[in-house]
Design a protein around this ligand. Sequence first.
Ligand code: M6R
Length: 366
Amino acid sequence: EKAGFDHFMLKEVYDQPKAYRDTMGARIDASGTKVLLPEVGMTREQIADIRNVHIIACGTAFHAGLVGKSVIETLVRIPVEADVASEYRYRSPIITPQTLVIVVSQSGETADTLAALREAKRNGARVLAITNVVGSSIAREADDVIVTWAGPEIAVASTKAYTSQLIAFFLLGLYLAQTLEKVEAGYVKEVLAAMQELPKQVEQVLAQADSIREVAEQIAKHHNLFFIGRGLDFATALEGSLKLKEISYIHSEAYAAGELKHGTLALIEDGIPVIALATQEVLFEKTVSNIKEVKARGAQVYGIHMEGNDELSKVVDETFAIPQTHQLLAPALSVIPLQLLSYYASLALGHDVDKPRNLAKSVTVE
Ligand code: M6R
């Protein structure tokens, strides 16, 4: 069942090219110009009536939600809030019948996410679920369900479910934008073409596993480290940090790179590892200046950038390139080295990769 891999997590990391293909599947029309989402039952009028979107989830699924927020705001120009379910439930959110609530859950059984879904429905909102489990509680209670076809995810640390959620958000964002004619047909075509390249590009990232393993073995010697990035890279930083904490028990923090100098820079000292994500072109120079700030304080910086932009290698100690893709899609590639990093760090420290201490795969209690 582990298909020759030592752990479910590693198998699931390598399952990702297939998970991307299956999640896109028949949802992109044959001409590559249109997103088809018959499972979203909203009419054009109902979509046009949406005033705001709330994205609710826990843990890794919440990080997918942060990417979803950017994607929907960028493509559809509707205000989106993203919340962790345990906060959303108790903060008296302003939910109206014109709110589209999107819940994201691999298992479809997370207690807080399910309760948030019910709260949203009580307030008259339409609820769309993105889940990996057909027939789960969340799938049954939502109005519309986009299934991520990642296949069963066994390891506690979520990998392929997360990236499939990203694919679902790309499709949904494009679908809403195309329905409301918020984007040019040529733009949709361009993003869809880039999406169809992703499975192959994930394989190219996976081919760098050996060098990522070396970095992981270095990192495993530390007790603290930082992940930094701006925009979509910040969402990826949060996910990379969670993954590392969850299975390697090494403390890390993810920081919006521009926030460092508002306090956290005080923690940067000689030799501390910093993983810096710089895949977003418009933010690149800004991130580089933050990298220089940590470098100047002695940090050991590992940078993740897009191929063809080699500027980063001049300022950091080591770089990993992800293949060139559309800016919005970068998280679907840049998270892969971070998944491998946490896997190999956990392995180097001799931890139980698939079953980290204190955690359960599905959190069905509050
Ligand atoms: O099944 P769900 O997606 O609702 O689970 C949410 C979180 O419990 C989950 O993503 C958790 O954060 C993962 N173990 C992270 O790898």
